[in-house]
Design a protein around this ligand. Structure first.
Ligand code: FAD
Ligand code: SF4
Ligand code: SF4
Length: 478
């Protein structure tokens, strides 16, 4: 009987939730997709063929039990579907919105592979959890028993918050330290509202607070409070500080006014969305309004910058990327969204230098072609001699990726091993670092990655910390 409701992919076409018209959505920072109605979510879930070996699940970093919660959604058993989906994912509504599903679950759905269009897994996941919030099914954590052990978490991004949630469920006393005035990490200050509205993130933080997680904000560890002090206060520590050191550009004029870092630009824009006073935005330094904008880079950060600039009222927005569309790291779905909103992509182009007057006035662009594949198999860009030209711009945004800050030096910690890339060295399964009782998770271990991986790391690290705290030596040390 259950099967009768499923396997509808031949008769029911793939349908994403309605996307707001580009001319309308480009005027605000609200999310671009509307919600499914209940019947539509059930219909789309019913397209799943209930694979015996579900590749969607294998390629979801959290190994979500996708076929089962799709079936329950198709059957109208929404609360059960939600319970199942939240059992493996701390923030399903966030992943449903911002996972690059085309590279993860949906990209590996057999229905997609057979040419029928993927089951819209992310949109159903979002629908389920949004419905759960609306109907009061999402509750603050209430541990069965409180424990005396405490864990200090440095960094309130998805890795730290996922660990905080799991540790609180086990009754551990949890304190999360963050240098910003709001928790959420890049969910709050990196990713723009048109992908992830801020009240979605703030609702989760409130839920964690109501569940007993303590937040110490405006606390830059290493400056306001030492790492050793945190270690001395808690039975175990999790480092989840992310990666924030921007890769820089070289070339004549690279330090000119008007050439800014993506993270500064996006943080200012997100702060404005919260209604904060942002001097650098109000002065025009980090505001694209009325300017010709060039964003340099081809990843998700670049996509967020170009689309933010459109919404701020830029005169024109161009994205320079040194490879072509097929070889860019950013999601194809985001490129399409950006193009619809008026962004122009200038493929096979790299900055050579900058034309500078009182501030930046243009970018000297080198044209590229793709040469032989490098060690990773990607074709390397090569300069086409004599094809340079100048592209005028009053604002240039550098979105070339992020590297880790040198934590051991910054924090004056001896014995915290890092890799040759500067990321914290941690065991892949337990996330234990070289210091006893100190764990690390998320981007600070992986390098710039994805929210869903940060959640997985945070959950796994919490399991390992619980194991560590239950060892007799730890109890004796109490
Ligand atoms: P973060 O989210 O970076 O959180 C780290 C926290 O640690 C921050 O709050 C920071 O303030 C705090 N911190 C750092 N140092 C200290 C210190 N010394 N003392 C106290 N606190 C400190 N991923 C997706 O899956 N989908 C997307 O669409 C997507 N879009 C992105 C867009 C942008 C612009 C960027 C930059 C990234 C995007 N990502 C996306 C990647 C994703 O945001 C990260 O992989 C994820 O947030 C990493 O989580 P984290 O918890 O490790 O670190
Ligand atoms: Fe897909 Fe991400 Fe949800 Fe996993 S968490 S099912 S990858 S949207
Ligand atoms: Fe359903 Fe696609 Fe997953 Fe198969 S791979 S179980 S069809 S969502």
């Amino acid at each position: 009987m259950a099967q009768e409701r499923m396997l509808k992919f031949v008769t029911v076409a793939k349908e994403m939730p309605e996307k707001r018209d580009a001319s309308v959505r480009a005027q605000d920072f609200n999310e671009i997709y509307r919600e499914y109605a209940e019947a539509k979510a059930a219909e789309q879930a019913s397209r799943c063929s209930q694979c015996g070996v579900p590749y969607c699940q294998t390629h979801c970093p959290l190994h979500n039990n996708i076929p089962d919660w799709l079936r329950l959604t198709a059957e109208g058993r929404l609360q059960e579907a939600y319970e199942l989906s939240q059992a493996t994912n701390t923030f399903p509504e966030i992943c449903g919105r911002i996972c690059p599903q085309d590279r993860l679950c949906e990209g590996n759905c057999v229905i997609e592979q057979s040419g029928h269009g993927t089951v819209t897994i992310g949109s159903v996941e979002k629908y389920l959890t949004d419905t759960a919030w609306d109907r009061g099914w999402v509750k603050p954590v209430r541990p069965q028993a409180e424990r005396t052990e405490s864990v200090g978490i440095i960094g309130a991004g998805p890795a730290g918050l996922a660990a905080a949630d799991a540790l609180r469920r086990a009754g551990i006393q949890v304190t999360v330290y963050d240098r910003y005035d709001r928790a959420g990490g890049l969910l709050t200050y990196g990713i723009p509202g048109f992908k992830l509205e801020k009240d979605v993130v703030m609702a989760r933080i409130a839920q964690l607070e109501q569940g007993g997680v303590s937040f110490v904000l405006n606390c830059n560890v290493g400056e306001d409070l030492s790492f050793d002090a945190i270690r001395g206060k808690h039975d175990a520590v999790l480092i989840a500080t992310g990666v924030y050191k921007s890769r820089e550009l070289e070339g004549d004029g690279a330090g000119a006014a008007g050439i800014v870092r993506a993270i500064d630009y996006l943080t200012a824009s997100n702060r404005k969305s919260f209604g904060d006073e942002v001097a650098e935005f109000d002065s025009g330094e980090l505001n694209a309004e009325g300017k010709r904008v060039i964003v340099i880079g081809g990843g998700d950060t670049a996509m967020d910058c170009v689309r933010s600039a459109i919404r701020q009222g830029a005169l024109s927005v161009k994205c320079l990327y040194r490879r072509d569309r097929d070889n860019m790291p950013g999601s194809q779905r985001e490129v399409t969204n950006a193009e619809e909103e008026g962004v122009e992509f200038v493929w096979l182009s790299a900055p050579k230098g900058f034309v500078v007057g009182a501030g930046v006035e243009g970018v000297t662009v080198q044209k590229m072609r793709l040469g032989a594949p490098d060690a990773s198999g990607r074709r390397s860009p090569e300069v086409i001699p004599g094809a340079d030209y100048v592209e005028p711009a009053e604002l240039v945004i550098k979105a070339l990726g992020f590297e880790p800050e040198a934590l051991p030096k910054l924090w004056g910690v001896e014995g915290l091993d890092v890799t040759r890339w500067g990321t914290v060295k941690a065991n892949f399964a337990t996330h234990a670092t070289s210091l006893p009782g100190v764990y690390a998770a998320g981007d600070i271990v992986r390098g710039a990655s994805l929210v869903v991986w940060a959640i997985r790391d945070g959950r796994e690290a919490a399991d390992a910390i619980l194991e560590y705290l239950s060892q007799p030596a730890q109890v004796a040390a109490e």
